[in-house]
Design a protein around this ligand. Structure first.
Ligand code: NAG
Length: 129
């Protein structure tokens, strides 16, 4: 028979093992960021804007192919709008390398041609959190 102390120790060990998996799931969420070639995110879908699915905590490059279509957003992104609650860093090289932008808050269109971003036409990858 297990003593109370042994039982508590086992219970705590189980909780200790379970907690990191839950945290990891919380950090890695599927979300979206709208990439825009116009400062106000207007225009035609696929041509002027695409809504890129991203996973928080993972780097995503600006795609050349999106939903099986060739798209042309490399070096042309002028504004972004990530889902509310999702904030993103932009990078001027692929693989989240190079210069990193100021944190772009989600839930609204953010033109990138102004401070503190100064990232007009520069985004080649992004990391959302
Ligand atoms: C970004 O590209 C647009 C469209 O070509 C251009 O009008 C704008 O001046 C560019 N911005 C910078 C900082 O070069």
């Amino acid at each position: 028979m297990l003593s109370t102390t042994t039982f508590l120790a086992l219970a705590l060990a189980t909780i200790g093992l379970a907690a990191p998996a839950v945290d990891l799931e919380a950090r890695q969420q599927q979300t979206n960021i709208l990439l825009c070639k116009r400062l106000d995110c207007s225009g035609e879908y696929y041509v002027d804007q695409i809504n890129l699915p991203v996973i928080t905590g993972q780097c995503s490059n600006v795609p050349d192919i999106f939903e099986f279509r060739p798209v042309d957003f490399q070096g042309k992104i002028r504004a972004v709008n990530s889902n509310g609650g999702t904030s993103c860093f932009l990078y001027d090289q692929e693989g989240c390398q190079g210069t990193r932008s100021a944190l772009v808050l989600g839930g609204r269109v953010t033109p990138l041609n102004v401070a503190p971003y100064n990232f007009d036409n520069r985004t080649r990858s992004m990391m959302c959190i």
